[in-house]
Design a protein around this ligand. Structure first.
Ligand SMILES: [Zn+2]
Length: 271
């Protein structure tokens, strides 16, 4: 049985992680890793690093960056033979134990990527909220609340036909004290969207609806510039309710919308 020492093992780990090792060497490495906590930790670190690189949400590292990272992290063995032979200095230099800092790098990379992603998402959300509130305010100020004025969902719903590439669900909540007042096209987040207008005593609610990219989301509230917003996703649609109505009632409105949608789906699947 050929035994492998730590140095040999470390040299082979990257290729092993890539599934590029031949079977005898892979088996020998596995035997070593099984009995060597240090090399097992190094393998875990390497995998964590790869995972971090792979899980980058939108900004997948370009091939060049991946290659650079790899070259800087991994021993000369993983560098293509041509560059090794042309760079004997690198070869003679004592091998750096990359595994010691692979984990911290993986962690900080994941953190940086995650943070960046969170900040980008946060910025997107902020600007979306601003747009929604602006749309709400505009609709109230310009006397342009509704393009179609009707308290009848069977008038408002077909009005959107041909104006949008989706059919917004239109629910009347008059019995729950949120009467439907009409509908309007608005322009939010670079697209035309449906805005339904509901009343609630002296308040007006703009309910923006467009197709959702993500799964279900329970109604969640946020405030912005004196207005309340409640956001949820249900049955493939994104909903944003904006109003100067208080947060509790606006969330109640959201819940009624979801309940009405469920009732509707149960009673008449075609409408
Ligand atoms: Zn070892």
């Amino acid at each position: 049985m050929n035994t492998m020492n730590c140095e040999e093992a470390r040299e082979l780990l990257p290729a092993y992680g890539d599934g590029e090792l031949d079977l005898p060497r892979a088996l020998a490495l596995e035997r070593h890793v099984d009995g060597c906590a240090d090399c097992a930790a190094a393998l875990r670190a390497l995998r964590a690093l790869r995972q971090a690189l792979r899980s980058v949400p939108y900004h997948r590292a370009p091939d060049a960056l991946r290659a650079r990272l790899r070259a800087s992290l991994l021993p000369a063995a993983s560098v293509p033979p041509a560059s090794v032979s042309s760079n004997t200095r690198a070869r003679q230099r004592p091998r750096r134990d990359w595994s010691r800092w692979a984990m911290p790098i993986a962690a900080s990379l994941a953190l940086a990527v995650g943070l960046n992603f969170m900040l980008a998402t946060q910025r997107e959300q902020d600007s979306l909220r601003d747009e929604l509130v602006a749309g709400h305010v505009r609709s109230l100020q310009a006397g342009h609340l509704s393009d179609v004025v009707s308290t009848d969902q069977h008038t408002v719903k077909p009005w959107f036909n041909g104006k949008l590439d989706y059919a917004p669900p239109v629910r009347d909540l008059a019995q729950q004290d949120f009467p439907l007042l009409g509908g309007r096209l608005d322009y939010i987040a670079h697209r035309q969207v449906a805005a339904l207008i509901y009343g609630s005593r002296k308040h007006t609610i703009n309910l923006y609806i467009w197709p959702a990219k993500d799964g279900e989301l329970a109604p969640g509230g946020q405030g912005s510039e004196g207005y309340n917003l409640v956001h949820w996703r249900h049955a493939g649609m994104e909903y944003w309710a904006v109003s100067d109505l208080n947060a509790v009632e606006l969330r109640h409105f959201a819940e009624l919308q979801i309940v009405a949608g469920a009732d509707k789906a149960a009673n008449a699947p075609n409408t």
